[in-house]
Design a protein around this ligand. Sequence first.
Ligand SMILES: *Cc1c(COP(=O)(O)O)cnc(C)c1O
Length: 397
Amino acid sequence: MTDFAATRAMFDVPPGVIYLDGNSLGPLPKAAAERVARTLTEEWGEMLITAWTRAGWMEMPRRIGDRIGRLIGAEPGSVVMGDTLSIKVYQALAAALELNPTRRVILSDTGNFPSDLYIADGLVQSLGRGYTLRTVAPEAVAEALDETVAVLLLTEADYRSGRLHDMAALTAKAHAVGALTVWDLAHTAGAIPVRLAQAGADFAVGCTYKYLNSGPGGPAFIYVAPRHAETARPALSGWLGHESPFAFEPEYRPGRGIERMRVGTPPIIQLAALDAALDIWDMTTIEAVRARSIELTELFIARVEAACPGLVLASPRDPAQRGSQVSFRHPEGAAVMQALIARGVIGDFRAPDILRFGFTPLFIGPEEVEAAARILGEVLAQGGWDRPAAKAPAAAT
Ligand SMILES: *Cc1c(COP(=O)(O)O)cnc(C)c1O
């Protein structure tokens, strides 16, 4: 049994705020602030360059990769940290395409996060030679998998609606037609049990500043199935992915296994924050978090549907089909969300009309869910959201 009051106490969430946006930027773990302070003063400050070995900085991307690997069902030694998710999408996709050299089609879905589609499109343009990106509706992916597809590039949970793709079934179907898979776990790592090895996934990538609470700009991760690890070409061949970085050889030789997916100098301060954030996962299991998340999302849907007749559920009603978020549609969604944030309930808005709420059991409980639904009902009933002040656009939402 997880003590969710104890995990809640590990976070610094401002008083008076109900934070339903941990799916976009996780809140500050108290231990992360302390760990970063120690990394700055005791490691960087005192050890200077010797900290690369004395403080274990050089091994951090692999060591922390294994910690994340345990949350996503990856084999030990198959995950490494570094760069941003957009860059890792590029790297995984380019490597996967090269492993399937006779085919030219990247298949994705129209609901995928724009950055993944932009990166795929940019890669297609760089490669030339007839490569194309084909996008179909999320429900049509299985049917669109045919013998022209080189790589299936999908995000497991839709960022707008939380709708889940069936990783095991789609990976099996992809393999049956000779395609490889790249799974983006941005909205599932730390949200639901992911079973990469069991599903037979080829590559996976994800970020850590959402459900894993590493802070803004926290490093991404990349997974390569062990069967590809010694053959995949990392595409971004940086010196720290070299077999022997400190030999400073003029020619690139890929490092062993997942090490080759490293590119340049790792972000040590952010990794320190992430390492501390991951300690909270030692107090629970992803299965316990998922069970609690389903309770919270079911409660939220029931309460919102009772209190807010003007909202239309945009997430799957079946909890098995949705990640750890709930979305509702409203024609004035942006203004409604701003009015809600002014009342201390922080969710976010996704164009054109989606009010999005993330449920993160490590720090959100049923009382907050009830209060958030009640306040949302009040905001909608009062109609305060159509005041002009509630409509001014923000730089980031
Ligand atoms: C959040 C998110 C990103 C963001 O990529 P960054 O490079 O970290 O900014 C990319 N893809 C998906 C699916 C996301 O949800």
